[in-house]
Ligand binder design. Structure first.
Ligand code: PMP
Length: 411
């Protein structure tokens, strides 16, 4: 292992914990691990600056507010928002998508309208639109991908038309790892006067996202997938759209003035952050953004790509293993999903666990994709920049033995 990689791994206490000796963590698409600087930032916030932000008129609360708002500023620069008020802190990508569905779509989608989603969406980016289309008698339109490569062919985008009000699509699929051409999709959506919602949960950890360059109307992501704590996520939206929307949740801190019968609301972003906010989480997200920028996306992309190549090319050579998605490893964003003939994916994960290898198995919260590909369950290895070549080689060695451990006699 290179000294650069060793230094990176030393930043992550979980890898040196006695409980995790020998652990190969290949479930990064489910959640990443946290570097010490993020853990320390959260801990320091509670040790030194904790008070209820945005409320108190005393020094400690002002420091908490400053920490919280400076985190918003950092995250806003991280995804290149035009202004920090375009970043709303939520619990996660799921909550962000529900916020859009309830506070934007329920107001702007009407009977006969269409909402376009892709077949590879995570359930978080399907269920809110099912709810809206049912409530509003709108039609949910599915953009399908090529079954071999996962690429959505250009002809599918012709389903976006003047009836389409919302196009909601993953930037990167959590099953196929494929990156969708969101800038081009945004252009098609806008040409048809639709808004584009991008689920960036799997993209933000892996490469530099520029919401202005994409011309995203909404862009959502979860902190825990890019080194930040759980329970903190983001909704980016263009300021004019946020200004036009009603609140999602109502309560403390999101108001301007309340009478017995009425309320006026605070300005964006606070209009969308009802109740006591997760300041510790936001501070952790700020530390995560700073850490990722220090490591650099150039390094992250190059290293993850090279490990993905090793893994995908290696696993393809093992008899009885089939991989899902594009044949070219550089289209996988660290995700390699596979099946082993005769072995249920849950058994693959359980057997690998006995070898201290953590992979995900099941439907990956993308059951419409599983049904479309006729693969209700698969196993998924997902890599991040702190993984190593040694881990990939060990994984390949172990995964090649799964069938024989299950009692299959190979000829
Ligand atoms: N979208 C995608 C593409 C995801 O991979 C995930 C998490 N697996 C989500 C949305 C939902 O993220 P969260 O559970 O953090 O809300």
């Amino acid at each position: 292992m290179s000294s650069v990689l060793q230094d990176i791994r030393n930043d992550f206490p979980i890898f040196s914990a006695k409980e995790n000796e020998g652990l190969i963590y290949f479930d990064n698409a489910a959640t990443s691990q946290r570097p010490k600087c993020v853990i320390d930032a959260v801990s320091d916030f509670y040790k030194k600056n904790n008070a209820n932000p945005l409320r108190g008129l005393y020094g400690l609360s002002m420091r908490a507010t400053e920490d919280y708002e400076s985190s918003r500023e950092t995250v806003s620069k991280f995804v290149n928002a035009k202004e920090s008020s375009e970043i709303i802190f939520t619990r996660n990508a799921t909550e962000s998508l529900n916020l859009i569905a309830y506070a934007y779509a329920m107001e702007n989608v009407n009977e006969g309208d269409e909402i376009a989603v892709s077949i590879m969406e995570h359930h978080s980016n399907i269920l809110p639109w099912q709810m809206v289309s049912r409530a509003k008698k709108a039609k949910l339109v599915w953009l399908e991908c090529d079954k071999e490569t996962g690429v959505i062919p250009d002809s599918e985008y012709q389903k976006i038309n003047e009836k389409t009000k919302i196009v909601s699509i993953a930037h990167v699929s959590n099953v196929l790892g494929i990156t969708n051409p969101v800038k081009e999709i945004a252009r098609i959506a806008h040409k048809n006067n639709a808004v584009i919602v991008i689920d960036g949960a799997q993209a933000v950890p892996h490469f530099k996202v520029d919401v202005q360059d994409i011309d995203a109307d909404f862009y959502v992501f979860s902190g825990h997938k890019f080194l930040a704590p759980t329970g903190i996520g983001c909704l980016y939206a263009k300021r004019a759209i946020l200004d036009s929307m009603s609140p999602f949740l109502r309560g403390g801190e999101m108001i301007e003035y309340v009478t017995r019968d009425t309320a006026t609301y605070a300005e964006v972003p606070h209009k969308f952050e009802a109740g006591t906010v997760n300041a510790g989480g936001a501070v952790g997200m700020k530390a995560a953004c700073n850490y990722l920028e220090k490591i650099g996306f150039d390094f992250i992309e190059k290293h993850v790509d090279s490990l993905t190549g090793l893994l995908l090319e290696g696993i393809k050579k093992i008899p009885h293993i089939k991989t899902i998605g594009h044949p070219d490893y550089s289209k996988h964003c660290g995700i390699v999903t596979f099946t082993i003939d005769g072995v249920h994916p849950h058994d693959i994960a359980s057997i690998l666990d006995t070898e201290k290898i953590a992979v995900r198995a099941g439907h990956h919260c993308a059951q419409p994709l599983g049904a479309y590909l006729n693969l209700p369950a698969t196993a998924r290895a997902s890599l991040y920049f702190y993984n190593t070549e040694e881990e990939v080689n060990l994984f390949l060695e172990k995964v090649a033995k799964v069938r024989s451990w299950m009692g299959f006699k190979e000829d």
